[in-house]
Design a protein around this ligand. Structure first.
Ligand SMILES: [Zn+2]
Length: 234
C-alpha cells in the first residue's frame, strides 16, 4: 500500500540531528551508511517531493475531506492538458473503475477543489432514458469511454422535480431520496480542452445535478427528503 504524503516520515538525516556544523553539514566523521555515500546532502529536501508524485489519490470520506464543502475553482483552459490536471483525471478514472456502484466522481472527492467531474462508462451504458437506479448494466453493454467535464456550466434544467434514489462515494453506506429535474444540459471542456454541450434526461441528468452540486460544496444529504442507512434499504 502506498503511503499518503501526510504519513510520510519527515525526518532529518541522523547526522544532522547529532548537531550540524556550518552549512548544516555534520562533521566529516559522519560515516552513516544510510547516507548512501552522498555526503551531507539533507535528504529531507527531496524525498517528500518525489513521494508526492508517486502517490495515487484516494476518495476521501466526508468527515476527513474539507474540500467537499468548498466552492471549487475554475481550471484555466491553458492548464487542462498540463501535468497536474491530467494526473488528477487519470487517478479519478482509476478510482472510479474500482467502484462497482460508482457512476461519477468530482475532483473535490479526491481532495482537489477544482471544477472537474467524471462520468463513468457504466452510467453512460444505461442510456439516457430514465432507467431505475437499481438496474444493473447488462454484460453486453458497449465499451464507452468515461466522460470528463471541466468547468461545467448548467445551461438548462427542466422545471418539475421528482425524488431520485441517490448515494455518494464520499458518504458510504447511506442512500437518500433527492428531488431532481428530469432533464439538464451542460456545457463544459473535455480533457483535451475541447468545449462541448451535452443534453441529458433521466439518469445522466440526475448525475449532472449531483456532480454540479459537489463543485459548489453541496452534498446530496443537504437536499435529500430522506436519508437512510444501507441496511435499512429492504
Ligand atoms: Zn457524490
Amino acid at each position: 500500500m502506498k503511503r499518503s504524503p501526510a504519513t510520510l516520515p519527515f525526518q532529518l538525516d541522523s547526522g544532522m540531528r547529532r548537531g550540524a556544523s556550518r552549512n548544516g553539514c555534520p562533521a566529516p566523521t559522519n560515516a552513516d551508511p544510510a547516507d548512501g555515500g552522498i555526503g551531507c546532502r539533507p535528504r529531507f529536501l527531496f524525498m517528500p517531493t518525489r513521494s508526492i508524485v508517486a502517490v495515487m489519490r484516494t476518495i476521501i470520506p466526508e468527515q476527513k475531506n474539507p474540500a467537499l464543502r468548498e466552492i471549487s475553482r475554475e481550471i484555466p483552459v491553458s492548464e487542462i492538458q498540463g501535468k497536474h490536471i491530467q494526473s488528477v483525471i487519470a487517478d479519478m478514472k482509476k478510482l472510479l473503475a474500482k467502484e462497482d456502484f460508482g457512476v461519477a466522481l468530482a475532483a473535490n472527492q479526491v481532495g482537489e477543489p477544482i471544477r472537474l467531474f467524471i462520468v463513468s462508462w457504466r452510467a453512460l451504458a444505461r442510456g439516457s432514458r430514465n432507467a431505475p437506479d437499481e438496474e444493473d448494466v447488462p454484460d453486453d453493454a458497449p465499451a464507452l469511454p468515461d466522460q470528463v467535464y471541466i468547468n461545467p456550466e448548467l445551461l438548462k434544467m427542466s422545471r418539475g422535480k421528482k425524488p431520485k434514489h441517490e448515494g455518494c462515494l464520499s458518504i458510504r453506506g447511506k442512500w437518500g431520496l433527492v428531488p431532481r429535474a428530469e432533464k439538464a444540459s451542460v456545457r463544459a471542456y473535455d480533457e483535451h480542452g475541447v468545449r462541448f454541450t451535452r443534453g441529458a434526461s433521466g439518469f445522466l441528468a440526475h448525475i449532472f445535478q449531483h456532480e454540479l452540486d459537489h463543485l459548489d460544496g453541496i452534498l446530496y444529504t443537504d437536499k435529500a427528503d430522506e436519508v437512510y442507512d444501507d441496511a435499512d434499504e429492504k
